[in-house]
Design a binder for this molecule. Structure first.
Ligand SMILES: [Zn+2]
Length: 395
């Protein structure tokens, strides 16, 4: 009977209601995990240990008080031990992820397309909340997120926009890549993680170093509003500042940071890329057409990443040239790599436009309400919101 059900699921006979139920429950579980990520990753804590505890009194949270959504309702939003209110953000993230997954499932039906989209959505939700709370877009999410984007696009070429990348694919290079799909796919996936190393170095040489010099010498700028601006820029910038160990700039920062994790996001991304390309090689050996469409799809993802993050990086350079300030953080640029890879170049452009629009509306409203002249906005949160809108409505 179970096998029958599974076969039904595999064909498209399974009822939609069951799919939505499964997707929502899975979304609740993922949302619960995202809460751990949202709390711990910006604080550089391990997401595995220690076990969850109340941030107020430190009492460990028992499993029955840790059931997504349900426990919050049963406990009436308070810690069982100290009765301190639990943030509404926890159930909101769980409910939001469940709703998001259900909408994706509703849109795609039973399809492999669900996997990359669900991964993308999870990363967006985590980044949106972390950036809103901490003005921070951790490398621990954006790095693996970008590699996953390229790898998953290679493994699961999107059905919906299979033709969209033909523009990219008409060139000679692309034809060559298609003919040597197996190797090309693996190189594209692994190469994407090296792209990150490279990008960090280039940005640091061209911009990061100067921005750090500005930070270490505050109040030196002229103008009445400059000192407060500099201070706002100061707290741990967008991402983990990208220290180049050889040049020894990290010293100033590393003191006040929590003990470092044993693994670094760069290496995690590289290992992930190796794993994904291994899967790609194994699957591609079985099915040559999958390898070819995988390369096409991965190439489209890389073009999306390059267009999106390139545009954002140019505006970062432009803002620095005009105002000697960090307008767009490098964390936003790295996040855009991931967003562009998942959405493709067209979606990336729409995402930037929509995020700027949402951010401007929010910023102007904030300026009118609080009379603060230069509120620092979490661009990553608006970018997440924009990408979610595109993911759910515009594809
Ligand atoms: Zn407590």
């Amino acid at each position: 009977m179970w096998q029958e059900a599974a076969r039904e699921v595999a064909t498209e006979g399974a009822p939609l209601a069951l799919l939505l139920l499964v997707a929502s429950l899975f979304g609740l579980a993922v949302g619960s995990f995202l809460n751990v990520v949202i709390y711990r990753v910006p604080r550089r804590m391990s997401i595995v240990r220690p076990r969850s505890h109340c941030p107020h009194c430190g009492a460990p949270i028992r499993w029955r008080d840790n059931i997504p959504l349900l426990s919050f309702l049963l406990l009436k939003g308070r810690c069982r031990a100290c009765h301190h209110p639990i943030s509404w953000l926890y159930p909101a993230v769980e409910a939001g992820t469940a709703l998001g997954f259900a909408l994706l499932a509703w849109e795609h039906g039973w399809s492999w397309d669900l996997v990359p989209d669900a991964v993308f959505m999870s990363a967006l939700i985590a980044l949106a909340v972390i950036d809103a709370r901490h003005r921070l877009l951790p490398d621990a999410i954006t790095y693996p997120g970008f590699v996953l984007a390229v790898g998953l696009r290679a493994l699961v070429p999107p059905e919906s926009n299979a033709d969209a990348h033909d523009l990219v694919f008409r060139s000679e290079l692309a034809r060559f890549l298609s003919d040597h799909a197996l190797g090309a796919g693996a190189v594209l996936i692994v190469g994407s993680s090296f792209l990150l190393f490279l990008l960090e170095r280039i940005d640091y040489r061209l911009l990061g170093r100067r921005l750090e010099e500005l930070e270490t010498a505050p109040a030196s700028g002229g103008g009445s509003s400059a000192p407060s601006l500099v201070q706002e820029e100061h707290p741990p910038v967008e991402s983990r500042p990208t220290p180049e160990p050889r040049e020894g700039i990290a010293d100033a920062r590393s003191d006040d940071e929590a003990p470092q994790e044993a693994w670094s996001p760069e290496w995690a991304a590289l290992l992930l890329a190796l794993g994904l390309s291994g899967i790609f090689l194994a699957l591609g050996r079985e099915d040559a057409s999958l390898a070819a469409s995988g390369v096409r799809s991965a190439l489209g993802a890389l073009v999306g990443a390059a267009v999106g993050s390139g545009l954002l990086w140019l505006s970062r350079v432009g803002y620095y040239a005009l105002r000697r300030l960090e307008g767009v953080g490098f964390g936003d640029v790295k996040m855009m790599l991931m967003v562009g890879a998942f959405l493709g170049w067209g979606g990336a452009l729409v995402a930037i436009f929509l995020a700027s629009l949402l951010g401007s509306i929010y910023g102007v409203t904030l300026m009118i309400l609080t009379r603060e002249r230069n509120p620092k906005l979490p661009f990553g949160s608006f970018l997440s919101l924009a990408a979610l809108v595109i993911l759910l409505l515009l594809r």
